[in-house]
Write a protein that binds this ligand. Structure first.
Ligand code: AMP
Length: 281
């Protein structure tokens, strides 16, 4: 596995892979890798000749009062895990490499970025779309792999790719969970033992909501009532949002039909966790 910090060096490697006809799979991350990230690498390695992973804690997607400065990092551990999982090149740009002095261009995907996480994190998806667009231009992947853990991110990136005629495929990959149901997240490391225990209410409630739909419930309000009640019964839980929306357009729904996304963000202390399930009827 090669470690690259400069955009020009990565572009040269990509060019030589393309000349020899290799397909390129790309996994963008912010590091502090766990099995969720590694599952994306496995998909990428299965479907491509050459796998590039980026690790970049992107400042433009963090709000002023968010956790940019304390975002967890473990570069040595990450490099080992990435290599074992089948990454060929790991791209670790400095902030000044991605956003040199005088940087002025941002990508703003409209409407769908105003709901769900976009509502509580203004500017977040502008930062995400911008950095992902830049990374796509640098890596020129055939396919890029994103976790359904960040379901809104998948919808936003797909929209950007469609709108800007980018010639790559976005591959969504299922959420990887701990054995007890907690969705893996780099931010889980912030949780105290008690908060981690309380956070199990998220997956158990989402799974129960999915069962309600499987058993015939179609009223969005009835499902939301259950979720709000059950999650707020956990004292440590502070609900940011719980919503049931069309999984493809993120439009709010009154009645469950087709593919719905049940998505939530809940704070435990200062740690904001997100989780979701997609249910097809
Ligand atoms: P992050 O490092 O948090 O920006 O995540 C990088 C990529 O890994 C994103 O596409 C995430 O959706 C994905 N990811 C994070 N956690 C999980 C998980 N538990 N299961 C599947 N994918 C995940």
């Amino acid at each position: 596995m090669r470690t690259i910090e400069k955009i020009s060096d990565l572009k040269a490697i990509i060019k030589s892979q393309k000349v020899s006809g290799k397909s390129i799979g790309f996994v963008p991350t912010m590091g502090y890798l766990h099995e969720g990230h590694l599952s994306l690498v496995k998909h990428a390695a299965d479907e491509n000749d050459f796998v590039v992973m980026s690790i970049f804690v992107n400042p433009t997607q963090f709000g002023p009062n968010e956790d940019l400065d304390k975002y967890p990092r473990n570069l040595d551990g990450d490099m080992q895990l990435a290599e074992q999982a089948g990454v060929d090149v790991i791209f670790l740009p400095k902030v000044s490499e991605m956003y040199p002095e005088g940087y002025k261009t941002y990508i703003s995907v409209e409407k769908i970025t105003e709901r769900l996480c976009g509502k509580s994190r203004p500017g977040h998806f502008r930062g995400v779309a911008t950095v992902v667009c830049k990374l796509f231009n640098i890596v020129e992947p055939d396919k890029a792999y994103f976790g359904e853990k960040d379901a809104q991110q998948v919808v936003v990136i797909k929209q950007m790719v469609r709108d800007l005629n980018m010639g790559l495929e976005i591959v969504p990959c299922p959420i990887v969970r701990e054995a007890d149901g907690l969705a893996l997240s780099s931010r889980n490391t912030y949780l105290t033992k008690g908060q981690r225990n309380s956070a199990l209410v998220l997956s158990t409630s989402l799974f129960h909501a999915r069962d309600m739909i499987k058993n015939g419930e179609r009223r969005v309000n009835a499902i939301l009532d259950y979720l709000k009640k059950n999650i707020s019964s956990e004292e440590a839980a502070n609900i940011d949002y719980i919503e049931i929306v069309d999984a493809d357009t993120l439009e709010p729904l009154n009645v469950v039909e087709k593919r719905v996304l049940i998505a939530l963000a809940v704070k435990f202390g200062t740690t904001r966790l997100i989780d979701n399930v997609i249910v097809e009827v």
